[in-house]
Design a protein around this ligand. Sequence first.
Ligand code: PLP
Length: 231
Amino acid sequence: MDNILDKDILANNLDNTIQRIEKARIAVNEHHIVKMVVVGKYTALENIETLYSLGQRAFGENQVQQLQERSQKLEDLPIEWHMIGRLQKNKINKLIETNPFLLQSLDSLDLAQELDKRLKVKSKKMRCLLQINSSNEDTKTGVEPQRAIDIYQEIDERFNNIELQGVMSIGANSKDKKVVRQSFETTRKIFEELKNSNATICSMGMSSDFELAIECGSNMVRIGSALFKDA
Ligand SMILES: *Cc1c(COP(=O)(O)O)cnc(C)c1O
């Protein structure tokens, strides 16, 4: 966690990861653009600053507290901050104060209702992705795939302070590539149907599975550990 890495190591990890993303996205279509959000939850603030100096602009955190501390410490830098972890209701106000670029982990109608209510009070809006539990794992949050389209449209219609931009999902936690692929395909199908409702972001893929995710239609990957390896 507190391991501060040399700039050349981080530059090398960043280059390798970007090259892998490039290769995967061009295999889909040369016009298929994929954005990388660097997940800093395992790493020291200094490493985020180094990656910023190397050109990276989008960073994600999975805890509101950490997101707030880091965005305040680096407030002079034009960083795009993403909230990617489970949002507890008692942290909603704190999250609104931090004014994130995107909340990727809106995971229930109930949370949407509460978030919308608090946003209204503060006359603010927030861009969000609906998180889908495409692998139907109990340990994961997110809406069930069968209900995702209805819930997305309901949030879109009822909650005017939430600006839905698309969907987010975590791939199945399995060594079997077929199972992981299936979870990504499930999310992709939902995303395709939601394009009529102006969904533009399909966030899926992490260090262990981002190439497969891109092959399955992801246009936003969230990468942590692959960038912070120290060898
Ligand atoms: C930690 C985390 C990631 C990044 O995971 P790595 O395997 O380290 O790339 C991506 N998305 C979410 C929601 C996470 O919590």
